[in-house]
Design a protein around this ligand. Structure first.
Ligand code: FPP
Length: 246
């Protein structure tokens, strides 16, 4: 069975999960944090190499102050509580997005978590925080422009692979499978560049209700799909996609 090497997840539905129970939305996010652990455990058990979670979008800063505050408290708590255990289990933790927008205490813990776990290889856990896919492409374009201006790169050498090398998670294969919980069928400015050939899987299940059976359903569905990368079925059967860049 084909297991995805890299799983990308939009964890949607925390707010509705809480509202259905007539509880504050922050309670839904807390339940969502427990589901994050379910997802990490699943990836470790199944031998998935990389997991990228959309924890907080660039747009989420616009939510009510109380909800943003509760999420920040949750991130800080999770960083304090979980990082040592993740390290013990061989997980490398990294953050993508505009980390400088976070308060100093969170920012510092992000750096510390990355430094502590930098040598781990069992699972690459990437947390997208204050992340936007368009902003990611823009920062890669800025890096290309800076290299060109400094004479390190010729304009005619600016191509897909040059941008690919400067986008977030450049050292990992692109996500094979994208999962979004919560019933909406959209990408919501998540890894726009990296998801170009990713298989998409959507479920109405709200994120806090996530369990291993649901993730296994997504993996089973993924294993049944034929990834053609723009080629024909006959070419895929003949092995033509085997050496495509990740
Ligand atoms: C989307 O649900 C979820 C978020 C904006 C936050 C995601 C955060 C967590 C899962 C908690 C902790 C994460 C880590 C990495 C420790 P929503 O609020 O948009 O739900 P709704 O669509 O039902 O309103």
């Amino acid at each position: 069975m084909t297991v995805p090497r890299h799983l990308a997840v939009i964890m949607d539905g925390n707010g509705r999960w809480a509202e259905r129970r007539r509880r504050p939305r922050a309670i839904g996010h807390r339940a969502g944090a427990r589901a994050v652990n379910v997802c990490i455990d699943f990836c470790l058990e199944r031998g998935i190499d990389a997991l990228t979670l959309f924890a907080f979008s660039s747009e989420n800063w616009g939510r009510p102050e109380e909800e943003v505050g509760a999420l920040m408290k949750l991130f800080l708590g999770a960083l304090d509580r979980e990082v040592d255990e993740l390290h013990r289990r061989g997980v490398r933790v990294r953050f993508i997005g505009e980390r400088e927008r976070f308060a100093a205490d969170i920012h510092q813990r992000m750096q510390a978590a990355e430094a502590l776990t930098a040598g781990n290889t069992r699972l690459h856990l990437n947390i997208a925080a204050s992340y936007g896919g368009r902003q990611d492409i823009a920062q890669a374009a800025r890096a290309l422009a800076a290299d060109a201006l400094a004479g390190r790169l010729r304009v005619e050498d600016i191509d897909e692979s040059a941008l690919d090398a400067r986008i977030s998670l450049a050292d990992l294969p692109a996500p094979d499978l994208f999962i979004r919980t919560g019933g909406d069928h959209r990408i919501s400015n998540f890894l726009l560049w990296q998801l170009a050939y990713t298989e998409l899987w959507f479920t109405d299940v709200l994120w806090p209700d996530l369990d291993a059976d649901l993730l296994q359903r997504a993996l089973d569905d993924y294993a049944r799909r034929e990834r053609r990368f723009g080629l024909t079925s006959a070419q895929v059967a003949g092995g033509a996609t085997e050496n495509l860049p990740a």
